[in-house]
Design a protein around this ligand. Structure first.
Ligand SMILES: Nc1ncnc2c1ncn2[C@@H]1O[C@H](COP(=O)(O)OP(=O)(O)O)[C@@H](O)[C@H]1O
Ligand SMILES: [Mg+2]
Length: 421
């Protein structure tokens, strides 16, 4: 299976999200504020929603070798790319006109406002050529969107298929065991260790807000892997009398999380007990102990659930800590908890990671013919270890430099344009 195809799935879905965000925040916000008709952009959005709904199924069918679906996805990708360019162009122009209008008279703005997308036909007597070009491009995109939606119907693509098991966004539940080969992150590890250990000595509160350490970053950047390293660090082990690891992921069930913590701490299974029994047992087993709990991949924003979960923690000793890994900081409820933003992995480490999974070595010494392409591929991963690992795994039985080159030249790489979500 070609890596470009694997990566296409997740990139296209992310790219759509970028488009939705831009359509909402930037374009529509500005256009509405200025009284510009947003109908055309709304049409874009409506059709994007329709296409988005069948993306997962299209990707599945593409992977099973359906050439028509592949062509269709190529069209979708090209279109998404053009839409984004146009939205960016529009945003720049809008900002320019706004500043010009502000610096001269309000007439500039009026002119802009009423000549845009035919709000006022009379202003067409003296139309702004840039805006006419925009209008033509927007209409052209609507035409392509319509064609894509029509073809979609002929391809019998199913909507909202949730089983995306072939893709990276479906990840296996995590455990506390660390990666056997972990690259870089020395500085991050040392800094978080400091937050976990040193601060604990000075902390007065039993469970103050400072006891939560949120590790925040985009998916695949390595939050879980870093938390695993910390969890297994000898200094952490000696600092905390009790440790528990819970993979939270999609659903935040207080019952399940409490049970997982209790099992992790006591090593006993707790079948058939209700939440009250679990909480009492957990409270007893944490009583007077300094503990560390890792809640991995948290999405929950419901404050009530957090407070319910934390009840038994109150019994713990000073300096107890909770590491929360999340893509989205607002999910962490305690105001004042200092987030630790996890940035991209360095290029050198991404290269080693890719080489490790592709060649079983941390460099290209035994495969000099693959080195240049390997390094360029690592650059394409833009600091995401998940991408480097996926590429490495996909290339692990491949020693033909032409095949490596072909992946490097796949136009899928044009898509993300370095955007973070
Ligand atoms: N520094 C690293 N060294 C080696 N592998 C890493 C590193 N960081 C992440 N990985 C691997 O990359 C993949 C994605 O990392 P993960 O920690 O799951 O990301 P996140 O939790 O931010 O979504 C995992 O398979 C992980 O083991
Ligand atoms: Mg994770």
């Amino acid at each position: 299976m070609a890596i470009g195809e694997i990566v296409l799935g997740s990139f296209l879905a992310s790219f759509f999200q970028v488009l939705f965000d831009k359509l909402t925040s930037l374009t529509l916000g500005y256009a509405q504020q200025e009284g510009i008709s947003t109908t055309l952009f709304e049409k874009w959005k409506g059709m994007l929603v329709t296409i988005n709904a069948v993306l997962a199924d299209a990707e599945d069918k593409q992977l099973s070798g359906n050439p028509l679906v592949k062509l269709w996805l190529d069209d979708v990708r090209d279109l998404a790319y053009d839409m984004e360019d146009l939205l960016d162009e529009f945003a720049i122009k809008a900002a320019q006109v706004e500043s010009e209008a502000k610096s001269s008279t309000s007439r500039g703005m009026e002119k802009w406002k009423f000549s845009f997308f035919g709000q006022d036909k009379s202003s067409r007597l003296n139309p702004n050529p840039h805006l006419l070009v925009f209008e033509t491009k927007v209409q052209e995109i609507i035409g392509r969107l319509k064609a894509i939606v029509t073809t979609k119907d002929h391809l019998s693509l199913r909507e909202n298929v949730v089983d995306r098991s072939n893709y990276t966004n479906k990840r296996v539940p995590t455990t506390s065991l660390p990666e056997p080969w972990f690259f870089g992150r020395e500085k991050e590890e040392a800094e978080i260790l400091e937050l976990l250990i040193s601060e604990a000595k000075n902390s007065d509160a039993v469970l103050s807000i400072l006891n939560i350490v949120p590790i925040v970053g985009m998916g695949g950047v390595g939050k879980t892997a870093l938390a695993q390293q910390l969890y297994n660090d000898a200094r952490v082990k000696s600092c905390f009398e009790r440790r528990a690891w819970v993979c939270v992921s999609d659903v935040f069930y207080v019952f399940d999380i409490t049970k997982a913590i209790l099992q992790s701490i006591t090593g006993l299974s707790c079948e058939g007990e209700d939440l009250n029994e679990l909480q009492v047992k957990l409270k007893d087993s944490l009583y007077g102990k300094k503990f560390l709990v890792v809640l991995d991949d948290v999405w929950n924003e419901d404050y009530g659930k957090w407070t319910e979960l934390f009840k038994p923690f109150e019994a713990g000793a000073k300096g107890s800590k909770i590491i929360v890994t999340t893509r989205n900081l607002p999910v962490v409820p305690m105001r004042g908890a200092l987030p630790y933003p996890l940035e991209e992995l360095s290029l050198d480490n991404c290269t080693s990671l890719l080489a490790f999974h592709a060649l079983g070595a941390t460099n290209f010494e035994s495969h000099p013919d693959l080195e240049a392409t390997g390094k360029k591929l690592a650059e394409k991963c833009k600091g995401l270890p998940l991408a480097a690992k996926m590429l490495g795994v996909a290339l692990c039985n491949e020693r033909n430099p032409d095949k490596w080159e072909a992946i490097l030249n796949n136009k899928i790489w044009d898509l993300p344009k370095g955007k973070k979500r």
